[in-house]
Design a protein around this ligand. Structure first.
Ligand SMILES: O=C(O)CCC(=O)C(=O)O
Length: 210
């Protein structure tokens, strides 16, 4: 699949994607009800190369879901890699390792799976939701999202409908949602009429018990 996109101004031409240290470059934003997000802009350098590889190599699927008693297409492409699966690029295995080393989650909370989403145009989106753990268990957890390709806005608001925060994420940026975030807050990538290029997000998650 090829989609035109605006390359990052900071990438070294043709160089391999590589990760920068997390450490002091991570900025924490404390939210209400015990939720927080960490931001690490440009965590991955030369991320356009990874965008191109993922766009070409990943077995993308168009999911369907039920809406108002009709089956409709989910407006984005997805692919999921279980805890033992070989990730579609070695730099993603390094990313998972770096996240586990930096956050040192308890064993059952370690980043294990990778869910990939491909937003081809501004029509692709995901509606307001908290990830499944927020609906099923009463436990804090972390979800880390690496974004490559052109930025899209990840919106975040408390379930009490407080202030909406908007995080433009693309070109190697990292966001980690932690604490109670999946239970007390919702996030979304909303449709936009603005001319936006394609973005792929990689979400690293723990394995959540049913
Ligand atoms: O693409 C993103 O940054 C968000 C993805 C997401 O929220 C999800 O798939 O649950």
């Amino acid at each position: 699949m090829t989609l035109a996109f605006q390359p990052s101004l900071f990438d070294e031409s043709g160089a391999e994607p590589r990760l920068q240290p997390l450490d002091s470059a991570v900025r924490r934003i404390t939210l209400d009800h015990g939720a927080w997000v960490d931001l690490r802009p440009a965590w991955m350098l030369n991320s356009d190369v990874l965008f191109e590889r993922l766009a070409q190599r990943v077995p993308w699927k168009a999911d369907k879901r039920e809406m108002y008693e009709r089956i409709v297409d989910v407006p984005r492409l997805v692919s999921w890699f279980g805890p033992e699966a070989l990730l579609p690029d070695p730099v993603l295995s390094r990313a998972k390792g770096d996240l586990n080393r930096y956050y040192r989650p308890r064993r059952e909370q370690g980043f294990a799976t990778a869910g990939l989403c491909f937003y081809r145009t501004g029509d692709d989106s995901v509606a307001w939701h908290g990830d499944r753990v927020g609906r099923t268990i009463d436990r804090d957890t972390m979800v880390a999202i690496l974004s490559v390709g052109e930025p899209r806005i990840l919106s975040l608001r408390s379930r009490e409908r407080g202030q909406t925060r908007r995080f433009p994420l693309g070109h190697g940026d990292l966001i980690v949602m932690g604490g109670s975030c999946q239970r007390t807050h919702e996030h979304a990538v909303l449709k936009t009429k603005k001319a936006v290029g394609p973005r792929i997000s990689v979400q690293f998650r723990p394995i959540w018990p049913e």
